[in-house]
Design a protein around this ligand. Structure first.
Ligand code: AR6
Length: 173
């Protein structure tokens, strides 16, 4: 697996799947979630609404992942995952964040996808400290079983975030 850290708007990427940092409703929100819904068009909301609710308002529990088409995106698929809200680190946040990356990769593997781009899940509204998030995320990606996407991008929304992830990648590999 080749992991690369890039700076971009994730909605512009030409990859098999982009990952959305969603919330459990999967009905859209701010941040990267809002950008993806705007760029993919209204059929994305319809596709998300059609996914089964496991409990009222919950289509995707924290740490799990769901897949939809990419609709108007260049990416063929969107993998929606729900990161943990940062509560100080002692409430299972690292394990939940690791599961987001792992479960997204598992879905990509099931769909035989060669390339996938992740945003910095939980590093915005959900408040996860970026250095810690990068460490957990990269460990989860590097320890993933063989046979998944050969190209993994981490798409940062600014140079400062990318610098943090690049340093974490060089520490981890
Ligand atoms: N491309 C790439 N990265 C982006 C983009 C973009 N277009 N826009 C923002 N980011 P966040 P979270 C970065 O808040 O912390 C939503 O309302 C952003 O700078 O989008 O997991 C959901 O519905 C940050 O580094 O996601 C949930 O309610 C990273 O993406 C909640 O926010 C993640 O920030 C999820 O919060």
């Amino acid at each position: 697996m080749n992991i690369e850290i890039i700076v971009s708007d994730i909605t512009a990427l030409d990859v098999d799947a982009i990952v959305n940092a969603a919330n459990p409703t999967l009905l859209g929100g701010g941040g990267v979630d809002g950008a993806i819904h705007r760029a993919a068009g209204p059929r994305l909301l319809e596709a998300c609404q059609a996914l089964p609710e496991l409990s009222p308002g919950v289509r995707c529990p924290t740490g799990e992942a769901r897949i939809t088409p990419g609709f108007e995106l260049t990416a063929r698929y969107i993998i929606h995952t729900v990161g943990p809200v940062w509560l100080g680190g002692g409430s299972g946040e690292p394990e939940q964040l690791a599961r987001c990356y792992r479960n997204s990769l598992t879905l990509a593997t099931e769909y035989d996808l060669a390339s996938i781009a992740f945003p910095a899940i939980s590093c915005g509204v959900y408040g996860y400290p970026p250095k810690r998030a990068a460490r957990v995320a990269l460990r989860s990606l590097l320890d993933a079983p063989e046979g998944g996407p050969s190209q993994v991008l981490v798409c940062c929304f600014g140079r400062d975030m990318a610098d943090i992830w690049r340093e974490a990648l060089s520490d981890a590999s």
